[in-house]
Design a protein around this ligand. Sequence first.
Ligand SMILES: Nc1nc2c(ncn2[C@@H]2O[C@H](COP(=O)(O)OP(=O)(O)OP(=O)(O)O)[C@@H](O)[C@H]2O)c(=O)[nH]1
Length: 593
Amino acid sequence: MLINLSHKYNFLHKLYLGLFYALFILCSHASYATQGVSENNLLNIDSMLIEADKLRSHAPALGQEIITKLENNITKLSESQRHHLTYLSASKSIYQGNYLEGEKKFLALLGSNTSELIKFRANYSLINLYTLQQRWQEGLQQVAKVLTTRKSIEGDEHFKLALVSVIAFYNQIEQYQLALDYSEQLLHNISEKRTHCIVNQLVLLAKLETQQLSIKSNELTKGIEVCQQANEPIFTGIIRSYQARLHLNEKNADDAINALLPHLNAVKSTHYKVLISLTYNLLAQAYHLKSDIDKTKEYALLAEDVGGGLTKNKEIAATYKLLFQIAEQEGNFEQALYFHKKYSQATQKHLDEVQAKQIAFQLAKHNDYANKQRIEQQNQQIDLLSVQHLLTKKQAENSLLLIMLLIVFLMALALWAYKSWLVQQRLKQLTEYDSLTKVHSRGHFIQLAKSSLKHCQKTEQPLTCVLFDLDNFKRINDNYGHAIGDKALKEVARVCRKIGRQNDILGRLGGEEFAYILPGCSVIIAEDIAQRCRLSIQQIDYKALGLNDQITASFGISDVAISGFELTDLLGDADSAMYASKEHGRNCVNTFR
Ligand SMILES: Nc1nc2c(ncn2[C@@H]2O[C@H](COP(=O)(O)OP(=O)(O)OP(=O)(O)O)[C@@H](O)[C@H]2O)c(=O)[nH]1
C-alpha cells in the first residue's frame, strides 16, 4: 500500500519546499564581487537603502553588508528610513536562517505606523516565510491579507512579486488550480527575465500536477529557454526534471535519461542539493524502468547521499523505495528491511504533511465560509437597520407632515375665527350702533336701557331719562338738503356724547330724536346734563356746517321716582316733557313732574 502511494506522488512535492528556499538563497550563491561599503555612502542613507533593496535579490552578500552598516548607524536614520531598514533586516535574518527573528521584525512593521507599501511587502514576505516553515494556516491567512490589501498599493511591481509568493504558496500547499488561476494575471505581464523564469517554473509545476502538461507541448522547452536566458541553472534543471517526469509517466526511460544526463554537470555545478538529489533520483527511476540494477543502485545511492537537509520525505521515500527494491532483488534482505523501514518512515511523514496541508486548507475554507456567513448576517442586520431607519424617518416625516397639517388647519381655523369675529364685530357695530351718528341704535338702546333699569331697580338706585329732539329740523333738510342735515345730526351726537359719563346710554330713537339714560342720576343732575347738551348743540359752529341759523334742540326729562321702572313709561313721560319744551318755544329743558 505504501509502496503504491509513493508511486502516486512524485518527487515534485518535496522539491518545491527546496525551491522555495532557493527563492531566498539562490542569489547568495552568485559570485558577485563584493565591493565593500565606504563610510561616505552613509551620507546618503536613502540611496543605501535602495541599493541594499536591489542587491538583496541579485547580490545578497553585498546587500547584507550595506544592511549591517545601516544597522550599526541606526541613530542616523529617520523614522521612515528605520522602517525600511527593519524590512531589509528581516529579510536578511531569513536569508541567514534566523526565521524567528525575521518574523518578529515583519510583525513589528505590521503593527507600526509605517507606509502601506512596507506593510504590503512585509505581508507577502511573511507568505514566503510561512511557506518555508510549512505553517500553512498562517500562510493562508497571509495570502488572504495580501490579496485583499493589494488595491491600496500603488504601481504593480510589488503586486507582481506578491502574486509570485501567492502562486508559490498555493503550489506548495498543493492547491495547483488556484496557483494557475493567479498565474494568469501575471504570466504575460512580466518583463524581468528572472521573475519570468520563476513564474514559468511555478506554472509548469502546477500544470504538471493537474495533468495539464503534455510532453508534446513546447511549454517545457520554452520554460527552459526563458530560464537559460535569465541565467538560472537551478530553475532550468528543475524544468528538465518535469520533462523527465513526463517521460517516466509514459514509461519512456530513454527519453527521461536524455532529458537529464547531458545536463548533469550543469546541475551539479549549481551546488543545489535538492536539485542534484532529485536528478539522481529520476535517473535511478529511469534506469529502474530499464531494469538496469547497477545504474539504478548507483543513482539511488547518490540521491540518498546528496539528499538530506532540504530534500525530504516524498522524494526521500521514492529513493528508499528504489533502494529497498534493489536490495530485495539482490537477496540482501537485511538491507532491504533497512531501506523499507526508511521508506515507510519517509512515506508516513509525507502523508502527515499532505494531511496537514489539506486540514489547513479546509479550515481556511471553513473560516472563509464562516466569515462570509457572518458578513452576510451583518449585511442583513444592516439592511434591517436601514429599513428600520427608513421607517423611522418616514414616520418622523409623516408626523412632521401631520403636525404641519395640524398647524395649517389651526391657522386656517384661527383665521376663520378671526374673520368671523370681525364679521360679528361688524354686524354688532351695525346692529348696536347707528351708522350715521355712531350712538346706540334704537333697538340696542332699548335693550341696554331695560337692563340698566332692572339693575337700578334691584339696587334701588335712581335713574333718569333725557329725551331731546332737534328743533325745526325739517327746515334744515328742506333749505340745505339732506346731506347738510346728516352733518348736523352727526355733530349733535358728537357734542352730546362727550357730556355723558361712561355708564350713560345715548341712543338715537329715530329721525332727529335722541335719548340719554342716566343710571344713578337724580333729576337735578339730569337737568344739568340736559342743559349742558342744549348749550353744546346751540354752540355748534353752524356756519362751518353750511347753515345760516343755529341748531337747537328741545329737552324732556323723566325720572323713575315718578315714571317707574318701565321703559315705555319713562320714555313716554320724557317725551311729554320734551313736547312741553317745544310748546314753550323750543331750545329749553322741561322735567316731567
Ligand atoms: N337729514 C336727515 N333728516 C332726517 C333724518 N331723519 C329724519 N329727518 C327729518 O327730520 C325732519 C323732522 O321733522 P319734523 O318731525 O316735522 O319736526 P321738526 O321739523 O324738527 O319740527 P319740530 O320737531 O316741531 O321742531 C323731517 O324732515 C325728516 O325727514 C335723517 O336721518 N337725516
